[in-house]
Design a protein around this ligand. Structure first.
Ligand SMILES: [Zn+2]
Length: 456
């Protein structure tokens, strides 16, 4: 029998059982008993003095941008897009995109993220799927769809037909691949980066094939206000006019929704993905997340891309999500349990996977992580709350084991699913080739350090 036992742990279920002691028993990729008193299985992970919890679900990342880490610092979102992100994304070829996705997935898995919703660039999305298939992460991935040109000519868009083809060609090979682990997302880059015709086609495809819809919404105030003057009005109203505002839609950021937009998002049961690091680093603002949650909107967490964060750590996002809102809403506004729920179940619900992942409960898929607590920064253990330790003290380096669909992908902090050293070395080579193609070899956002990466 294909079984696995994570033994003698403190289990943070993020479900009705709360925090329990014992073991988690997994059969054929699903959780069979929790807490279990079994002692043996084909694979045993000893989690004595460690925490076991559901893997993190990040509902807004860009695997294609991992290769841009450190190349686009200290810019606001519009300059960041025009000067760096669009030229770099357009310069991707299949090899550089694959290297970028691999690097991102390795970082995500080692830091305990087991599921992502990722928006790629306009082309070569097969390469990101291949990386996800090879490394074992659960993912919903889609090409960025852009058949409208805003705000500058740097963004080389596509025709509506080209954009649609870049999406539909992925459905056969990848939607439902890996036993359902992989799926396609329809990802118009923003409400105004795609025409109403393209949006309508995405909504049709999403209904027909069960695709997640994924886009950026009300990220930057000036941009939101400028676009609000266009036909269709503010972002959320525009999305509603396309028929896109519903339970399949994940709206990244949602920093500047007005009251009417928030009420409509709630009514239509659309999801918001909170990206606190990216919102701070690009000076976009602070989304009123406690108000959205109190209004009944489902909120997930995401690191966004490595070009605007610059890590992909769920721990960093949890810590910021817990701290950022306290000055405005009070010290009790975002308790650790609420943030941990957002980082797991919030993401699962956003991806339509609330019955499958996001908590440690019998019948769910075994997407589980183990977190050590034997380092000074998370001690002492006695009388501490496990959720608070995860949100306030632990970090990505504390993750020892990662299991997806019952398959161990990381053990004792080491990647099992591939060679981290090989993937990092390949990323260095592909970064140099990408910069040369983009004409940005001399334009890194900071001078190269003596031991920097420019000679790799
Ligand atoms: Zn983004």
């Amino acid at each position: 029998m294909d079984d696995l036992l994570i033994r003698d742990a403190t289990i943070v279920t993020v479900g009705p059982a709360g925090v329990v002691r014992g073991s988690v028993y997994v059969v054929d990729g699903r959780i069979a008993e929790v807490p279990s008193s079994r002692r043996r299985a084909a694979t045993v992970i000893d989690a004595t003095d460690r925490l076991v919890l559901p893997g993190f679900v990040q509902a807004h990342v860009h695997l294609c941008q991992t290769l841009f880490r450190g190349l686009a610092d200290d810019l606001d979102v519009v300059e960041w897009l025009r000067q760096r992100i669009w030229p770099l994304e357009q310069a991707h070829d299949e090899a550089s995109l694959g290297a970028s996705a691999q690097l991102g997935i390795v970082e995500l898995l080692l830091g305990g993220t087991t599921t992502v919703l990722s928006m790629e660039t306009t082309r070569h999305t097969h390469a990101s799927f291949e990386a996800a298939a090879e490394l074992g992460i659960r993912a919903r991935i889609g090409p960025a769809l852009m058949d409208r040109f805003e705000p500058g000519p740097e963004m080389i868009g596509q025709s509506t037909d080209e954009a649609l083809a870049s999406l539909t060609e992925l459905l056969g090979p990848w939607h439902g691949a890996g036993g359902g682990r992989l799926g396609v997302a329809a990802s118009p880059r923003g409400p105004r980066n795609a025409t109403p015709e393209l949006w309508a086609a995405c909504v049709r495809l999403a209904a027909e094939h069960g695709l997640t819809l994924h886009t950026h919404v009300n990220e930057n105030r000036d941009q939101s206000e400028r676009l609000a003057a266009e036909p269709g009005g503010r972002d959320v109203y525009a999305l509603d006019s396309y028929g896109a505002l519903g339970p399949s839609l994940v709206m990244a950021h949602g920093v500047w929704l007005d009251d009417g937009e928030a009420a409509l998002a709630r009514e239509r049961r659309a999801h918001i993905c909170h990206c606190p690091s990216a919102n701070l680093k690009l000076a976009s603002g602070v989304a009123p997340i406690p108000a959205y949650l109190d209004a009944g909107i489902n909120v997930a967490l995401g690191a966004d891309g490595a070009a605007c964060n610059n890590t992909l750590s769920a721990f960093t996002e949890m810590r910021l999500a817990a701290l950022l809102h306290k000055p405005r809403y009070g010290a009790q506004a975002m308790p650790a349990e609420r943030v941990l729920e957002m980082a797991t179940m919030g993401g699962a619900r956003a991806l339509g996977l609330g019955d499958e992942i996001g908590s440690v409960e019998v019948g769910k898929r075994a997407d589980l992580i183990v977190v050590r607590r034997d380092r000074a920064h998370s001690r002492p253990l006695a009388h501490t709350s496990a959720p608070a330790a995860l949100v306030y003290s632990c970090d990505a380096g504390d993750v020892t084991d990662v299991v997806v669909d019952g398959r161990a992908l990381v053990a004792e902090g080491q990647l099992l699913a591939g060679s981290e050293a090989r993937i990092v070395a390949n990323a260095e080579r592909q970064r140099m080739a990408l910069l040369a193609r983009a004409g940005l070899s001399g334009a890194a956002s900071r001078p190269a350090e003596a031991n920097g990466d420019v000679s790799a």
